[in-house]
Design a protein around this ligand. Structure first.
Ligand SMILES: [Zn+2]
Length: 358
């Protein structure tokens, strides 16, 4: 039996845990009670209890590479603490990694959930054929992750990839981060609900107004269904989503020139409604995207099975692992941790040396 790892997806509402083998096969999956409102210790107890159950089932800690945990927040990788997480009350500046390691006696790696999702899509999803990928996760907020040469790019302090806070409108809506006009204010589920309420308030959305009368908490999914049925106000909301995403993507494509950009998260289910406006903006604003266009205009994913070397084009693709991306990416973390840990201090030292030489 091959080695396995445990992945944990610690969300604001769900706690999902999976045992995954080194080929990416999910051996077993548990959806546990995550009620984060019941407190940090309750969630830790639930998590550790379920991890122990899975570990015992597949050969015990001796066969386990470790535990990777995707957390919705900013992680301090040196201390293993959650630095900032609005959805996890009581976790801030708590030594979560060390406490879980102490309880389970195995290696634990905390990672931002959007980074974990990007790693999951790189490992087993739509980006498995490329070395470098940028993923935007559209959920309650907008997260982002960069995987370069197969590894998560953390930046100096672990905060790299905050794609949700790219400015897409200098005069736009205020964001919780202190900026205004962030991508998150136009492309998240929260933003879709807000834009629907605004359209109703302007008196420009009779069908949306009727639907909201029936259900004041009208979901982005319901608004998407109205767009599918050609309701103009609902269509316009998803055009706004696509436009904001397209502006952000165009900038990233120009900066990074990566082979692939992936859109995931729950809101990606509305791909049909926002993708045309998104790709239109990318086409208009990114000369790197245009310069990497295939001659026939059809962008197809490169396949490893093909011997012919097609012209390398920039792909913007929908994620393929759905809500499992973060869980699988989290399980991948302990499997590849040694290489990542070795490379980090070395590259830090190199850059410090360059700076002091000036
Ligand atoms: Zn922001």
């Amino acid at each position: 039996m091959s080695l396995f790892a445990i992945g944990v997806d610690l969300g604001g509402t769900n706690l999902r845990i999976a045992a995954v083998d080194s080929n990416g096969r999910v051996l077993d999956k548990i959806s546990a009670d995550a009620e984060v409102a019941r407190g940090r210790d309750y969630v830790l107890d639930e998590m550790c209890k379920n991890v122990r159950t899975l570990a015992a089932k597949f050969g015990g800690a001796g066969r386990m590479a470790g535990i990777g945990i995707g957390v919705p927040g900013i992680i301090d990788r040196q201390t293993g603490m959650v630095h900032e997480s609005p959805n996890l009350p009581g976790w801030r500046d708590y030594p979560a990694r060390d406490e879980i390691e102490r309880r389970l006696r195995t290696k634990v790696i905390l990672e931002n959930d959007a980074n974990a999702a990007a790693l999951g899509e790189k490992w087993l999803g739509v980006a498995s054929q490329v070395d470098d990928v940028c993923m935007v996760t559209l959920g309650t907020g907008v997260g982002g992750g960069l995987v370069l040469q197969g590894k998560i790019w953390h930046g100096m302090t672990g905060m790299a990839g905050e794609l949700g806070h790219i400015t897409v409108d200098p005069e736009g809506v205020m964001c919780g981060c202190g900026n205004q006009g962030c991508l998150e204010q136009y492309a998240s589920a929260t933003a879709v609900k807000r834009m629907a309420a605004e359209a109703v308030a302007r008196g420009q959305a009779p069908e949306l107004a009727r639907a909201m009368n029936r259900d004041p908490e009208l979901s982005p999914k319901a608004i998407y269904q109205m767009a599918v049925q050609s309701d103009e106000a609902a269509l316009q909301i998803f055009r706004n989503v696509g436009q904001a995403l397209g502006i952000a993507l165009a900038n990233m494509i120009n900066v990074f020139n990566l082979p692939m950009y992936v859109i995931g998260g729950g809101m990606a289910d509305a791909w049909d409604a926002f993708a045309p406006a998104m790709l239109d903006q990318v086409q208009r604003r990114s000369f790197v995207y245009k310069a990497t266009a295939p001659p026939d205009g059809v962008r197809i994913e490169r396949t490893s099975s093909s011997n012919a070397q097609p012209r390398q084009s920039t792909i913007v693709a929908r994620a393929s692992l759905g809500s499992d991306a973060g869980l699988l990416g989290a399980a991948r973390l302990p499997m590849i941790a040694d290489a990542a840990d070795l490379s980090k201090p070395r590259s830090n030292r190199a850059s410090t040396g360059v700076k002091s030489a000036h």
